[in-house]
Design a protein around this ligand. Structure first.
Ligand code: PEP
Ligand code: MG
Length: 562
């Protein structure tokens, strides 16, 4: 049986299906309710089993951080809490099923916590929700999420970027998502991990069961469920070719990216943690063009302190073999959540309290990050990059804070690097329009096409239903990029790109004709892009002709011929 999907990370892989199924609603609809006594029995069984899970997690304490232990212990207490248990029992006596009773009791307790003024106590409602979910998973026959074995094809409706970041490359080979797009952060992380990925795919557990095999051909956009021996044979052949090509490119990855007519382009890595550095270097990346530091802040109870950040940045700087590592300051917001910041949900998160806006409102937190970066600069070349800049005042305020931080470090006699370049992501239309002005105040520009496209074209980068409009080959975007690069060069600063467009081979003729100084991408793309640059002659590319085209389709056709 075949299914189709939209390719977001190319390649071919095969493995056993694993459902990341947190869809309570479907399971609830299918739940068979019995009489109150029976529901109570089922509930007690679920509670005992959830309690046993917690005990065994706590027995392996050496695998847990201190705050994880605290949370699990709080969950144990809540599982025994009389008023919580009474509330669940009352609902079952009134005729609710066990899962409905849990949901209603959790909702009552949550409402009670909402009323509390104390922020710490209000935060505890998360524990009630977590414990309720533990009971529900037992009652609805859902497994705790864990991946077993190797060669796994993970299937999910949605996946949090932080969960994607925690998946192991040794286990997961491919990811199939119902929602998502090329530039949703979960997919960007999947790409950096080398997971073959498709979106717009909803596999039904009725047509394929957990553990059964699929082939994911994300070159053709086809998924083969329970493949035949012939399909497997075909797959093995294609996978072999893919491996050979990867090996060939990896062997040449460290050669410089110089065009036939002698133009050099720095090919750098997009990383989301120090753990990505080794792979980036082995695949020929020349430094880091984008360190997405928000991944140090996500999925944790407390914000990372100066020391923790310093150690992460220092490790990246030390490993970079003397190349520049650009550390982007915190870019939380949009589809990246940070519970430790305690922000309220927003109607329009991509247009809301995000990135530099949060940092300038929480200056103490921002200064800690800046201190850690300046200190790491002693151990290698680092740069600071501000995300989502939309006005000059944000640049000036950041520079003022940076000066304050340096003065404080000096007074405290803590070693730090004095000359750390400070640049901005150009990813909002206002930054593009104001590029000639902004360029006079910063040391470099890096174009964030993922956001620049969504803000320029008014198309949500993660919304699949408007995905057909999301296109960096749209001439409006090309003109914006042209303006940014020209403004940078006129002001005597360098211009790079760290959005997904930088790793697209089809875009290369345009980017080289513009004279882009640096391209930063997911490390797995670097060998192929460097090879393509080496095979190109940029002198023959006519930039004016590309900029005269009026439609994305025409642009693509033109670039294919370059
Ligand atoms: C971008 O917007 O292009 C970018 C590189 O940053 P992010 O994807 O993290 O928003
Ligand atoms: Mg961005």
């Amino acid at each position: 049986m075949e299914r189709k999907g939209s390719v977001v990370v190319e390649g071919i892989a095969a493995g056993a299906v694993c459902f990341l199924n947190l869809d309570y609603e479907t399971r609830l609809q299918r739940y068979v309710k019995e009489d109150a006594e029976r529901e109570k029995e089922k509930y007690e069984k679920a509670r005992t089993s959830a309690g046993e899970d917690l005990c065994s997690l706590l027995q392996n304490r050496e695998d847990l951080t201190e705050s994880e232990v605290e949370i699990l212990e709080a969950h144990q207490l809540l599982m025994e809490d009389i008023s919580f248990q009474d509330a669940i029992s009352d609902y079952m006596e009134k005729g609710e099923s066990a899962p409905e009773a849990v949901l209603k009791a959790v909702s009552d307790f949550k409402a009670m916590f909402d009323e509390i003024d104390d922020e710490y106590l209000r935060e505890r409602q998360k524990d009630i929700i977590d414990v309720g979910n533990r009971f529900l998973r037992k009652l609805l026959g859902m497994k705790e999420f864990s991946i077993e074995g190797e060669n796994v094809v993970l299937c999910a409706k949605d996946i949090e970027p932080s969960l994607m970041a925690s998946l192991s490359e040794k286990q997961v080979k491919a990811v199939l998502l119902e929602n998502g797009s090329k530039t949703s952060h979960a997919v960007i992380i999947a790409k950096s991990k080398g997971f073959v990925t498709m979106v717009g795919v909803s596999l039904n557990p009725e047509e394929i069961s957990e553990g059964e095999n699929v082939i994911v051909d994300a070159n053709q956009g086809v998924i083969y469920l329970n493949p035949s021996e012939k399909e497997m044979e075909n797959y093995r052949e294609l996978a072999k070719k893919q491996e050979e090509q990867k090996k060939y490119l990896a062997e040449r990855a460290k050669l410089p990216a110089r065009t036939r007519d002698g133009k050099n382009v720095t090919v750098a890595a997009n990383i989301s943690g120090e753990q990505d550095m080794e792979k980036a270097l082995s695949l020929g990346c020349e430094g880091v063009g984008l360190f997405r530091t928000e991944f140090l802040f996500m999925d944790r109870e407390e914000l990372p302190g100066e020391e923790q950040q310093f150690l992460a940045y220092r490790e990246v700087a030390e490993k970079a073999e003397g190349n520049l590592c650009i550390i982007r300051t915190l870019d939380i917001g949009g589809d990246k959540h940070c519970s430790a910041l305690g922000l309220s949900p927003e109607e329009n998160p991509f247009l809301g309290f995000r990135a530099i806006r949060i940092c300038l409102a929480k200056k103490e937190m921002f200064k800690i990050q800046l201190r850690a970066i300046y200190r790491a600069g002693v151990y290698g070349k680092v740069g600071i990059m501000i995300p989502m800049v939309s006005s000059l005042s944000e640049i000036l305020e950041t520079k003022k804070l940076a000066e304050e931080v340096k003065e404080e470090l000096l007074a405290e006699k803590i070693p730090f690097a004095k000359d750390v370049p400070l640049g901005i992501m150009v990813e909002t239309p206002s930054a593009s329009i104001m590029a000639p002005v902004f360029a006079r105040h910063v040391d470099f520009f890096s174009i964030g096409t993922n956001d620049l496209v969504q803000y320029t074209l008014a198309v949500d980068r993660g919304n699949q239903s408007v995905g057909y409009l999301y296109d960096y080959f749209n001439p409006a975007v090309l003109h914006s990029i042209y303006r940014i690069v020209t403004s940078a060069h006129e002001a005597g600063i360098w211009a790079g790109m760290c959005g997904e467009m930088a790793g697209d081979k089809l875009a290369l003729p345009f980017l080289l004709a513009l004279g882009m100084d640096e391209l930063s991408m997911s490390p797995s793309q670097a060998p192929g892009i460097k090879e393509q640059i080496r095979n190109m002659d940029s002198s023959g590319i006519n930039l004016d002709e590309i900029l005269s085209l009026t439609d994305a389709g025409e642009v693509r056709e033109y670039l294919k011929k370059c």
